[in-house]
Ligand binder design. Structure first.
Ligand code: 5AD
Ligand code: SF4
Length: 434
């Protein structure tokens, strides 16, 4: 009988990809099969996120539950970003944990498994030449890493400490992986990196041909059978004209752009060391919309960064009103260890932070309701990828709206034109017209 693996994945798309990698490696080298029931698992993995404080606190309570209820002899491993930043401390606080594997070291999973109390959290370890094992949670869509780590020094962000310096994965490895995924039936590719449009700045070998992100997109879009390319996250600072023009003009690139604003105040952006101003951000949105009117734009916003005044917050609101984002991920600032902002002394009062977040989220809901109302009767090409409840199948439009229609398996992996018949906040309903 095969051994059972239970894996819980928190955090971002990079973590999802790392989990896919670990599942594949454990299957191939150790004969593990995944299970949804941790009580019957022989190995329990938590792939953690440390970008905000709350999930870290949750980790230890969760580990306690796993330990109490796990099968006799089952191992527990902590992986990912919190593993990188807490390292050995995890085993000190939770001695029943068998091993700790950092976000930059996931390719070592099959090996640490056999070393009790192993702690592998080296952020200089280079996985960029490593041909990541192939495991697809979905056969219709392939997640592909294009770079690891992050070279930015945003003062709020722990990621450079958990994923290390940025290294680009050689383009031939990426193209090979994309080709393999297409042969297995994936028509959509999701390119991943902390900072995708900084691709090509550094490869592990200095001889590698300098290929930038725009050129990588051109090369990938030549793959026959590959119909759609998505990516996350680009950085507003690196959105030069060449990149925006390729984005707008290349028909295989999906027309949804994540533009993490963080703050609309140039003063706060400077304190965050984001490298752009309110004006630059608005200018990039304007250029993007001018070249590509159907583009949907999503963003991340942090409220109550240290020193954020009412006027600074108003600047964020002003950008929201001008841009009218299609999706916003908004957070209260959370001080993180080993970051510059952790030492800033001008914290915003917690009540003010909560008020600002509620205000921003209410405004966002109002904007989305207005925008959504205009979706009725529109026709979109949808790529179907998930079975939904109650006899529906769901997929995404090119510009990243989720749409469901009545149907079954045979729609999966297919493109269909769909007319929108009902509006919901997170999902649209439609019927196939062609
Ligand atoms: N506090 C709050 N939000 C943060 N993010 C990153 N670091 C922090 C922090 N210290 C948010 C940013 C980023 C997203 C992934 O998480 O908005 O874009
Ligand atoms: Fe979380 Fe950032 Fe790590 Fe992703 S890279 S798992 S968002 S801390």
């Amino acid at each position: 009988m095969s051994k059972k693996l239970f894996i819980e994945t928190l955090g971002c798309a990079m973590n999802s990809r790392d989990s896919e990698h670990m599942i594949a490696a454990l299957k191939e080298k150790e004969g593990y099969e995944t299970t949804d029931d941790f009580k019957s698992a022989d190995l329990i993995l938590i792939n953690t996120c440390s970008v905000r404080e709350k999930p870290v606190a949750k980790l230890f309570s969760e580990l306690g539950v796993f330990n109490k209820k796990k099968k006799e002899g089952a191992k527990i491993g902590v992986c990912g970003c919190t593993a990188s930043h807490l390292g050995e401390e995890i085993i000190k606080r939770a001695p029943y944990v068998s091993f700790v594997l950092g976000a930059r070291n996931v390719s070592k999973i099959a090996e640490v498994l056999h070393r009790d109390k192993a702690v592998e959290v080296d952020i200089n370890y280079d996985e960029s030449e490593f041909a990541f094992d192939d495991f697809r949670t979905s056969p219709y869509k392939a997640y592909i890493n294009i770079s690891i780590g992050c070279d930015k020094q945003c003062t709020f962000c722990i990621v450079p400490k958990t994923r290390g310096d940025e290294i680009s994965i050689p383009d031939d490895l990426i193209i090979n992986e994309a080709r393999k995924a297409v042969e297995r039936g994936a028509k959509e590719m999701f390119l991943l990196g902390q900072n995708v449009n900084n691709y090509g700045r550094r490869f592990s070998s200095s001889e590698h041909e300098k290929v930038n992100f725009t050129e990588l997109l051109r090369r990938l879009s030549k793959i026959e059978g590959l119909e759609r390319i998505r990516f996350t996250s680009p950085h507003p600072f690196h959105m030069d004209d060449e990149f925006i023009e390729e984005f707008a003009n290349n028909p295989k690139i999906c027309k949804s752009m994540h533009m993490p604003l963080q703050s609309g105040s140039t003063k706060v952006l400077r304190e965050m060391k984001r490298g752009y101003s309110k004006e630059w951000f608005l200018n990039r949105v304007e250029k993007l919309r001018a070249m590509c009117p159907q583009v949907s734009i999503s963003t991340d916003i942090i409220v109550a960064f240290p020193g954020e005044s009412d006027a600074d917050f108003e600047d964020t609101i002003d950008v929201m009103k001008q841009v009218r984002f299609d999706q916003i991920f908004s957070f209260k600032y959370s001080p993180r260890p080993e970051t510059e902002a952790e030492h800033f002394t001008n914290a915003v009062e917690p009540e003010t932070a909560s008020e600002r977040l509620s205000y921003l989220q209410a405004l966002n809901t109002a904007i989305l309701d207005e925008k959504n109302a205009q979706q009725l009767d529109k026709i979109y090409t949808v790529y179907f990828e998930d079975l939904h409840t109650n006899g529906y199948v769901a997929g995404r439009t090119d510009n990243n709206f989720v749409v469901k229609v009545k149907g079954s398996e045979e729609l999966l992996g297919e493109f269909k034109d769909v007319k929108i018949t009902a509006i919901g906040r997170t999902i649209l309903t439609g019927e196939i017209v062609a």
